[in-house]
Ligand binder design. Sequence first.
Ligand SMILES: NC(=O)c1ccc[n+]([C@@H]2O[C@H](COP(=O)([O-])OP(=O)(O)OC[C@H]3O[C@@H](n4cnc5c(N)ncnc54)[C@H](OP(=O)(O)O)[C@@H]3O)[C@@H](O)[C@H]2O)c1
Length: 223
Amino acid sequence: MEKIGFVGGTGDLGRAIAIHLAKHYEILVGSRSIEKAEETVSTILREKPGKDYLQENLRSAENRNVVESCKIIFLTVPHENAIETIRSLVSNFLGGQILISAVAPVVKVGKEFHSKFDSSGKSVSQQIAELIPKSIKVATAFQSVPAHILYEERPISADVLVACDELETYRIVSELISKIEGLRPLYLGTLDLSGEIERLTALVLNIAIKNKLKSPTPKFNSF
Ligand SMILES: NC(=O)c1ccc[n+]([C@@H]2O[C@H](COP(=O)([O-])OP(=O)(O)OC[C@H]3O[C@@H](n4cnc5c(N)ncnc54)[C@H](OP(=O)(O)O)[C@@H]3O)[C@@H](O)[C@H]2O)c1
């Protein structure tokens, strides 16, 4: 069975995606601290009793073990810590993997949410791609998926935009997304477009507060 890992898997988004993918894959819930990873897995098992696949497929790990051993890695840490986290792990990557960044560089400015890119203007995904070995393919996805809806396993109908440079990477990432009921993968284009996806988080947060919508998420119609 394919092994999928989460760097920062103890947070809201990591655990939310993890519980769905655990139906199909072995999952490493990664953390900077093994104790926190173990505690998170115990909490999930306590909050979601009677699901054998969680018992069987959810494992705790340090972030280092995630990048050493998983074929597909999700990066689900706050944007302020994403680059330093990858930098600290860069020598541990196995190589030849796919790294899916769900990171969104969003900040609150007064009563609004803004996307904040650094002075280079590059997206978080582009910066990560420059740091890690070239054999690791970076994809951007999940920035507009509300974690709590997924974690609570409530019905959802959402499009998950994906940016990555190679169609083979998209094929693998879209297969994963399609395994989560209610999510539809849509290919946006190369990693040069990843900033457009990273901006979606500020977009949905502002739509939520300005229009009193609980958990808006984009769904594209075609006519
Ligand atoms: N929540 C959502 O609905 C949602 C939706 C779309 C996209 N996103 C994006 O997904 C990412 C994760 O969001 P989240 O809500 O899951 O975040 P979160 O719960 O605040 O944090 C996720 C994990 O990041 C790790 N972390 C925290 N501070 C760190 C640091 N200084 N260095 C390294 N790791 C650190 C922690 O794991 P350990 O302490 O165990 O190491 C934490 O459990 C963010 O970039 C966010 O913009 C979130």
